[in-house]
Design a protein around this ligand. Structure first.
Ligand code: RAM
Length: 486
């Protein structure tokens, strides 16, 4: 019987080994008195634990010493004034500590940080003090020795690939984290893109297996959807959000895994859960096979403000049906016919009901007829429109300000996927260079959670300080560059 305990045991069997590296900043010693501060640069983004030694200079410290220690994924974060933070997520994600040290000692800070820079400010001391032996023990489960350089001659693509693999490496801990600074948990949408990139870079298929089982152990909501995220530290906990597009993309992630590994045992273990995600989704369709909004629903698609998601969600459904029915056909599962018969019916329903000749695009009453790149991209990925017609539509919407545009690297991944599906390799390279290359130009070590060229203050959470600057879903340029030989 495959129950939660079974899935958790499978997840545990695939627990990855962490590899540790000790990084030391350029500065080795710092003598300070009240108000002095020192900025340490690790030279690269790292995830792990910070240690240092605190000692007297001459006269013994006769009272505790208070330090403010700030960790920044980039220098802008170090210079931010966290007291001014005004975002929608908790400010406890901001990496800043006040510590009081009673006497000279070597200290390893207990919490894990994601940073390249560390700023220590001496808030209070009655005597000069010496801080030294700075070291940062960084962890990752990515095996760097497996990574080959990307096979491209283009310098910018090489740089983009390096930052992308670095981003993935940092997010690969005991599972695929979305971001090692925030939220530090396993989300389905992020997992799918991390797994894809991992297949072409660090090639650790066990960690993908582990993550798929971690979700299989999750608690479904009343509609039957898997949780969109799970925690595994300090013990397993199933997340309370159930995003519809993520529930579908779980099925796609299982298909990706099977197609990449041919591991039929895992597929058999997860098959019923995949089917149940599609069954649950089909219960949301109206008489025309169009998905409708349900109470308490949350479709994600992108962090684009004000985005209406139902057309895109319908595309995700088609995309999932196609991938899943292909896998079922390969393994000789008779349900294949049921799913593939649905695909053509739903595609023609979408074409008839959503395609608007005047708008020259797919729009949907349930989306208040909103124009978005998201809807067009997912209609393309769902196979509702193809060939030259689809190319024209994609270029038109990407260059038209009346269409809502993607804001996360996550959604931009799917834009590129659509381009490659339509054989638009040159456009895909251009798009990748403009967007991810734009981040490379501003000197990032890892790719960000959200990035809008010309608006570096953008945040989905109302304050840029909380944004994650090393975010899993941004790592897919390496997948595109390596898989498609860009
Ligand atoms: C954010 C995280 C995560 C994403 C969800 C939908 O909280 O950054 O990466 O999957 O949103």
């Amino acid at each position: 019987m495959k129950d939660k305990a079974y899935f958790l045991t499978k997840a545990q069997e695939n627990y990855p080994e962490l590899n540790f590296t000790v990084l030391t900043p350029d500065i080795t010693e710092f003598i300070a008195t009240n108000g002095d501060s020192v900025l340490l640069d690790l030279g690269e983004h790292a995830v792990g634990h910070f240690s240092f030694t605190f000692d007297r200079v001459n006269i013994f410290v006769d009272s505790p010493v208070r330090l403010n220690i700030k960790f920044g994924e980039d220098i802008r974060e170090i210079n931010d004034d966290f007291s001014q933070y005004n975002g929608t997520l908790s400010n406890t994600w901001l990496q800043e500590e006040i510590i009081n040290l009673d006497f000279p000692q070597n200290i390893t800070m207990p919490r894990r940080y994601a940073c390249r820079f560390i700023k220590i400010t001496v808030e209070r001391t009655t005597r000069p003090i010496r801080l030294s032996d700075f070291s940062f023990k960084a962890s990752t489960s990515a095996d760097i020795s497996v990574l080959k350089p990307a096979n491209t001659t283009d310098d910018l693509l090489k740089k983009i690939d390096r930052v992308a693999t670095n981003t993935l490496k940092e997010c690969m801990q005991t599972f695929f984290e979305d971001g090692p600074k925030r939220d530090r948990r396993l989300w389905i949408g992020d997992l799918r893109l991390e797994a894809l990139t991992n297949y072409y870079t660090f090639k650790n298929t066990d960690i993908v297996k582990r993550c798929l089982y971690l979700f299989a152990a999750g608690e479904c909501n009343n509609i039957g959807f898997l949780p969109s995220f799970v925690y595994e530290t300090p013990y397993y906990h199933s997340g309370a959000t159930h995003i519809e597009d993520y529930a579908l993309l779980y099925v796609v992630s299982v298909c990706d895994y099977y197609e990449h590994t041919g591991d039929i045992d895992v597929l058999n273990d997860l098959l019923e859960i995949c089917k149940s995600q599609l069954e649950s989704f089909s219960a949301t369709l109206n008489e025309n096979l169009i998905t409708t909004k349900q109470d308490g629903w949350f479709a994600f698609i992108d962090w684009c403000p004000g985005l209406e998601c139902l057309t895109a969600l319908q595309g995700v459904y088609l995309y999932t049906l196609e991938r899943f029915s292909d896998v079922l056909k390969t393994i000789g599962d008779k349900d294949y016919q049921k799913y593939s018969a649905l695909i053509s019916k739903i595609r023609s329903a979408c074409k008839t009901l959503f395609y608007d000749k005047n708008a020259n695009a797919f729009i949907n009453d349930y989306d208040n007829k909103q124009l978005s790149v998201h809807s067009q991209v997912w209609m393309i990925l769902g196979g509702v429109i193809e060939g030259e017609e689809a190319k024209k539509l994609l270029l038109y919407c990407l260059h038209n300000k009346n269409f809502k545009q993607p804001v996360t690297p996550y959604m931009r991944h799917y834009v590129i996927e659509a381009m490659l599906k339509l054989q638009m390799k040159a456009e895909a390279i251009q798009y990748l260079k403009t967007f991810w290359g734009g981040m490379v130009e501003i000197g990032v070590d890892t790719f960000w959670e959200a990035y809008i060229p010309n608006d570096l203050e953008f945040s989905p959470y109302n304050d840029r300080m909380i944004n994650s600057l090393c975010h899993a879903w941004s790592c897919t340029p390496s997948y595109f560059i390596r898989k498609y030989g860009l």
